[in-house]
Design a protein around this ligand. Structure first.
Ligand code: ZN
Length: 136
């Protein structure tokens, strides 16, 4: 089961250039920016009420975000659902034949463990599952 829609990821060429627009739309500045080095992305998070908006900017040419923008241009990149037990959900989905883009939970932004599902198996929508990192 999904708990809730956690955030919506939008690929942008430049967070700095997109920020005035999103500030106007949402009515508030992003509340944090964070880099995810392993993914080659910089992120900015906005609080949009029941959901967060995550802007994603590539930090290098090998970044999946760079490739996405080259292919499709800026725009909706993924939707992220929160789950209670990421590893268990991954196991259950794998058993149904849905392909996962990472075999193990990986570190995402915003203190999350994440996993992406293969968009070819989910009607062309890139879906992220995320779980708050257990505090150690
Ligand atoms: Zn995300």
């Amino acid at each position: 089961m999904f708990k809730n829609l956690e955030h919506i990821g939008i690929a942008v060429k430049s967070i700095a250039e997109s920020n005035p627009l999103f500030k106007t739309l949402i009515g508030e500045e992003y509340y944090k920016t964070e880099g995810v080095e392993s993914e080659g992305v910089k992120t900015a998070f906005y609080d949009a009420g029941n959901v967060k908006i995550e802007l994603l900017e590539a930090t290098n040419e090998n970044s999946p975000i760079h490739k996405f923008i080259e292919r499709k241009g800026e725009g909706l990149h993924h939707i992220a659902f929160e789950v209670d037990d990421l590893e268990q959900r991954m196991e259950e989905l794998r058993a149904t034949g849905i392909r996962l883009l990472n075999e193990k939970p990986k570190e995402g932004a915003d203190n999350k463990l994440i996993c992406f599902l293969h968009p070819k198996d989910t009607n062309g929508v890139l879906i992220e599952l995320c779980q708050e990192k257990p505090s150690s």
